[in-house]
Ligand binder design. Structure first.
Ligand code: CA
Length: 430
């Protein structure tokens, strides 16, 4: 009997493996070993914040070229709205094929939500980084405990009584990561971001000035901007996103679906180059060289000393807070104690869409968890990531859910039960 069940188990395992392999090949449509890239060129947009490092490093250190992608252009975008407009145009019209995105921009562009109804299907292919973002607060507000856990949220809630206007909160694109982070921080501290503050979209450079002159009170964006505000003595760091949600999903590589569908081998080659770059970026010994490269005039055009501290996980928080000195609290690109950074977990795409639903952003674009899941399944191409990983001998995560996520205020997001997450939240529009 035991012999029989052993044989049966062996058969089932073999059958399961074979069926799984066939299904994977059919679903993905790629050969086992990736062939020669169909094209050697692609135009990828980036913004001069730490999220873009792996794209720039892959180009500058020759990692894209190593896999045959010798004509990759990594092109600076004036702002997020320009990146969006350029991807709608596409490279044929002088725009871009894809690049670095805040979430859930690829999903919004796919559905035509932020492109005047024009649907440009996109694929999310890899996560570029975790952490490396922060919320800066104006120096005018020092000494009032506006930190991760606010001493007195009434400073913000009652701001108009003492200042004649609401507390002004800024970010660089409406409805992207950075708005979601600052909304989360405010709401976790009992402040309703839709009712008790004024929300503004402005470019980073204007923020430093705004913080100095007192026209912007808090700002959410990628490094080095929050840190620069501290260095310029315009403010202090209210919170790092690494404190709000350790190893949270941040920005992603996403490319137009038509480009990826037409160039499957080139897509795999790009991903393999990206993996090499992400691994290179996480070597502490490379961060000095990385700083020098990124700070240069061709890329961020900032002083190196503004960039090196975040890359070392060193943050002068300001306003009497303890400074942070921990490499793993800064931007990370490949591996953390929560696993692989690059792998695009569907559970993370889902969080961004559920959070969009929480706030009714983009005119209530996401109306149900089911709708969110369906959209994630169309846009997220973790299957392509896995094929590229296989070609590079990288072991992919075993599940497309990273599992339960815990935020700084104790709220948990269980990707298997987003409704329970929404129920826990006190301030929401659903
Ligand atoms: Ca960001």
């Amino acid at each position: 009997m035991s012999h029989g069940s052993f044989k049966r188990r062996q058969f089932l395992m073999a059958a399961g493996t074979a069926a799984g392999a066939v299904l994977l090949d059919q679903a993905v449509g790629y050969a086992q070993q990736p062939g020669k890239p169909e094209v050697t060129k692609v135009r990828l947009g980036y913004l001069p914040i730490v999220e873009s490092a792996p794209l720039i490093i892959a180009q500058e250190k020759g990692f894209f070229a190593k896999y045959g992608m010798t004509g990759v252009e990594v092109i600076k975008q004036a702002n997020w709205a320009s990146a969006r407009d350029n991807v709608v145009i596409g490279s044929a019209g002088g725009g871009i094929d894809g690049g670095q995105w805040q979430m859930p921009m690829p999903h919004l562009i796919t559905e035509g939500v932020i492109t005047n109804g024009r649907k440009v299907p996109m694929y999310v292919l890899a996560m570029l980084n975790t952490q490396g973002n922060g919320i800066a607060v104006s120096k005018v507000l020092r000494g009032q405990g506006l930190h991760l856990r606010m001493k007195d949220p009434n400073v913000i809630k009652n701001f108009s009584r003492t200042n004649g206007r609401k507390f002004k909160v800024a970010y660089t694109f409406p409805g992207g990561n950075q708005e979601l982070w600052i909304r989360y921080w405010l709401a976790a501290n009992g402040i309703d971001p839709d009712k008790e503050v004024e929300l503004l979209t402005i470019p980073p450079a204007e923020t430093v000035q705004g913080m100095k002159t007192g026209t912007v009170d808090a700002f959410s964006t990628g490094d080095p901007w929050p840190y620069r505000i501290v260095e310029d003595d315009a403010g202090f760091l209210g919170a790092l996103t690494a404190q709000m949600w350790r190893f949270h999903p941040e920005e992603y590589l996403a490319i137009r679906a038509d480009w990826v569908d037409k160039n499957p081998n080139a897509t795999i080659a790009l991903l393999r180059g990206l993996f090499d770059a992400q691994q290179w970026c996480d070597q502490q010994g490379n961060r000095q060289e990385m700083t020098k490269l990124l700070a240069g005039r061709n890329f961020f055009n900032v002083k190196e000393d503004i960039l090196i501290d975040p890359f070392r996980g060193q943050y002068t928080m300001g306003d009497g807070q303890r400074n942070i000195s921990d490499f793993t609290m800064g931007p990370m690109y490949w591996q953390t104690s929560r696993g692989n950074v690059s792998y695009p977990y569907k559970s993370h795409d889902l969080w961004f869409l559920v959070e969009t639903m929480r706030w009714g952003l983009h005119r209530g674009f996401i109306k149900s968890v089911d709708q969110a899941r369906a959209l994630v399944n169309r846009v997220n191409r973790e299957d392509i990531w896995k094929r590229a990983a296989q070609a590079s001998g990288i072991k992919p995560p075993t599940s497309t859910s990273r599992g339960v996520e815990t935020m700084f205020d104790g709220v948990k997001f269980d990707p298997a039960n987003p409704q329970a997450y929404l129920q826990q939240l006190k301030i929401k529009r659903v």
